[in-house]
Design a protein around this ligand. Structure first.
Ligand code: NDP
Length: 323
């Protein structure tokens, strides 16, 4: 089968199209014919060897995808051959076929395309765990979403609105901000403007935001802290700048503020948390209230171009690879 393999740490240039044996499902696993793969910033970090867990090479990237179950491993129950599913795994989806534990697949409603389904798991579960589980968002609170036109950002706007929050969306172009407004953002601001802290305070009647989804890190982190309201929660979700951030924890005391980490992976092996998230998310999908924003689509063999596209900050919504 066709796959993209990586032998050493690097950027788009280390992604190699190759031929690998088609995998077969072990006990408790399912074999899925991959129809669409969601490209995540985490894939880029994983290939670069900069992810939260160490990358072991050679590897096939790709942590979320959608497709059709082709074979069941021993002892698998609750899913069937021919079923359309979305799946979340650690890696291995940049290929025509992938094997994942049966417990990590989600049924795909008929009205959802493969591309939409592939754009769903990482961004929507992360948005839910960030806002609901970690920040304990309350209706009426203000949330600031960085990179709001991206994959996680567009999902976060939709989940924030479903939770009754007021949204300040930041992005790097007017076109991106227009998308954020279409998704329901209440206030949109260019992240390139000089006086961002003042603009955020002004937009929130001088008080600042109750929750801030920090995904860029680096030098901007200090500004993010200044945008927080009294008892504000800053969620550390990513570091797209790939630069270190500095902070003085004592500064949090004055406003009874918190800095909270958010990582999707540990939640995936917590059945109670996953059930709560699924029970919240799936009705929103079924009612059409939440619909993933599918961005540009690339052929699997164009994975390097797709990486460069995301690194160039050109995407809106989730970039999709199609085998
Ligand atoms: P996006 O689709 O949001 O793409 C990244 C966006 O980040 C860009 O479009 C850009 O938006 C912004 N950005 C800011 N600085 C840079 C930079 N130096 N290089 C590239 N992009 C930059 O990607 P994802 O939705 O996949 O991920 C967004 C962030 O969320 C990442 O940091 C990712 O690691 C994190 N994440 C974390 C998860 C977790 O479990 N903790 C799960 C999922 C995502 P703009 O041009 O508008 O500034």
């Amino acid at each position: 089968m066709k796959a993209i393999q990586v032998h050493r740490a690097g950027g788009p240039e280390v992604l190699e199209l190759t031929d690998l044996p088609k995998p077969s499902p072990g006990p408790g696993q399912v074999l899925i014919r991959v129809e669409a793969v969601g490209l995540n910033f985490a894939d880029i970090l994983q290939v670069a060897g900069e992810y939260l867990v160490r990358t072991r090479y050679p590897m096939v990237p790709g942590m979320e995808f959608a497709g059709t179950i082709e074979a069941l491993g021993e002892g698998v129950e609750g899913v069937r051959e021919g079923q359309r599913v979305a799946a979340l795994g650690g890696s291995g989806a940049f290929a025509e076929y992938a094997v994942v534990p049966a417990g990590s697949v989600l049924p795909v409603p008929p009205e959802m395309s493969a591309a939409e389904a592939a754009a769903f798991p990482v961004s929507y579960f992360t948005a839910y765990f960030a806002l609901q589980t970690q920040a304990q968002a309350q209706p009426g609170e203000w949330v600031l979403i960085q990179a709001a036109a991206g994959a996680l950002g567009t999902a976060s706007i939709q989940i924030a609105k479903a939770l009754g929050l007021r949204v300040v969306a930041l992005a790097s172009s007017e076109e991106k901000l227009a998308l954020c407004r279409r998704l329901g953002a209440d206030v949109t601001l260019l992240n390139t403007q000089d006086n961002l802290v003042d603009s955020v305070r002004k937009a929130t009647e001088g008080k600042g935001v109750d929750i801030l989804m920090e995904v860029v890190g680096g030098a901007g982190f200090a500004h993010s802290l200044k945008m927080l309201a009294y008892r504000g929660r800053l969620l550390v979700i990513g570091s797209a700048s790939r630069e270190m951030a500095q902070m003085y924890p004592v500064a949090l005391m004055k406003g009874n503020q918190s800095v909270i980490g958010v990582w999707l992976t540990p939640f995936l092996s917590d059945p109670t948390q996953m059930q709560a998230a699924t029970a919240f998310l799936m009705p929103l999908v079924a009612s059409g209230r939440v619909r993933p924003v599918v961005g540009e689509r690339f052929k699997l063999e164009e994975a390097a171009r797709a990486f460069a596209f995301v690194l160039g900050r050109k995407n809106t919504g989730k970039v999709i690879l199609e085998p």
